[in-house]
Design a protein around this ligand. Structure first.
Ligand SMILES: *[C@@H]1O[C@H](CO)[C@@H](O)[C@H](O)[C@H]1NC(C)=O
Ligand SMILES: *[C@@H]1O[C@H](CO)[C@@H](O)[C@H](O)[C@H]1NC(C)=O
Length: 210
């Protein structure tokens, strides 16, 4: 009951905030001495010239979009310190969806947060591998936990794959006939599974490849 009430209040606050934001921006955009500043501010954030969005500025559609942003932030289940929700968009799902057109391979390189380096609380207990057997054991653990059908191989103890691909701590590549056709950004901040999915989708939809 209390949770529902809290949730309802949160929703109301999100909507009210959206109303205030859009109304304030609308008014500011009509005042000659503020108009230019609003345009500049938006151009800086949207990275497009104001002519591209100005007609729709401060209107109902903008309100809908802004309230969607604030509501989705309120409704998210991903909370700091909480368990990471399992998204539909995980790697094993991409593997499942495209296994007919691509061979997937996980190369386990090093441990990102081993017990003897920058360790995290509640993480798996793995020390940085000193022998190939330790690396294989850790990869085995990954294979079991991930429930992904893609085969897992390990890097050499000289970290050759990691060095050649700059893969640390995680990264996606797509290789076609021995050539790299997609090099993703460095994880976890600039690492995009949707990009991989969309590359594969384009590949499948291209009639030349069928
Ligand atoms: C391989 O990488 C691991 C993890 O970063 C490191 O501990 C190890 O010293 C590296 N091995 C070599 C030969 O550089
Ligand atoms: C992020 O990754 C993309 C490739 O997916 C790359 O072009 C871009 O330069 C990277 N950005 C940063 C800040 O590393």
């Amino acid at each position: 009951m209390l949770r529902q009430l809290n949730h309802g209040i949160g929703l109301l606050v999100a909507i009210l905030k959206s109303v205030i934001i859009v109304v304030v921006l609308r008014i500011a955009s009509c005042l000659p001495f503020l108009k230019e500043r609003v345009q500049k501010f938006e151009e800086q954030h949207l990275l497009v010239p104001y002519q591209n969005f100005w007609d729709e500025y401060g209107g109902m559609k903008m309100f809908t979009a802004v309230s969607k942003i604030l509501i989705s932030d309120h409704e998210r289940t991903a909370r700091l310190g909480g368990c990471a929700p399992n998204c539909k968009n995980d790697f094993s799902e991409v593997v499942r969806d495209f296994e007919e057109v691509a061979d997937f391979l996980i190369v386990y390189i090093c441990e990102a947060h081993p017990t003897d380096e920058w360790r995290w609380n509640n993480n798996v207990e793995i020390q940085q591998h000193r022998t190939i057997q330790e690396r294989l054991d850790a990869a085995e653990m990954l294979k079991k936990k991930s429930k992904c059908s893609a085969p897992v191989v390990v890097d050499t103890m000289a970290n050759e794959t990691n060095s050649a691909y700059g893969a640390w701590p995680e990264r996606f590549f797509i290789i076609q006939e021995g050539k790299l056709v997609y090099v993703g950004g460095t994880g976890p901040y600039n690492y995009s599974l949707p990009e991989v999915r969309s590359w594969l989708k384009n590949y499948v939809n291209n009639p030349e490849n069928n």
